[in-house]
Ligand binder design. Structure first.
Ligand code: CA
Ligand code: CA
Length: 149
């Protein structure tokens, strides 16, 4: 079955993902977002970086935003962290989570795969960026869908 970025998740499923992000952010000051679009020319990591900036994800106080970037029709995925994370974690910190997410997509387990990835990103963020009292939700948990510049 072919899916695109607008039909891959219905309203309930989107809510489920938003809830997964909110749950993950209960453990960390880090901010997780999901962006879905259909196509990605070239490397998903590079496109993900553009999206990261378009969504103003570099504007968190601790520079600890993490983006799950997904080009649905092209089945290209990337996980990108901001500078505050990249400066202190080893390279390929997200690789295992990314590989698991890709495997889920190969099995068409989109919702469960992303939920699991969000959960695990939260666990990994927590190590370096524990939840802080009076935490602010700096970046919306809503999923970003479609073209951004
Ligand atoms: Ca927060
Ligand atoms: Ca958030």
């Amino acid at each position: 079955m072919s899916v695109d970025c607008k039909t891959i998740f219905n309203a309930d499923e989107q809510k489920q993902l938003v809830r997964a992000i909110a749950d993950a952010e209960q453990n960390t000051s880090g901010e997780i977002r999901i962006h879905l679009e259909d196509y990605c020319d070239g490397e998903p990591y590079h496109r993900g970086l553009e999206v990261f900036h378009s969504l103003k994800m570099h504007q968190t106080a601790l520079k600890n935003g993490v983006l799950i970037y997904i080009a649905v029709q092209d089945r290209k995925l990337a996980i990108l962290g901001d500078k505050g994370i990249n400066d202190i974690v080893p390279p390929h910190y997200w690789e295992e989570i990314l590989q698991a997410l890709k495997a889920s997509f190969k099995r068409d387990q989109f919702l469960a795969g992303i939920e699991q990835a969000v959960h695990e990103i939260g666990q990994k963020l927590k190590i370096h960026f524990p939840y802080q009292k009076h935490d602010i939700d700096e970046l919306t948990n809503e999923i970003s869908i479609g073209k951004v510049s």
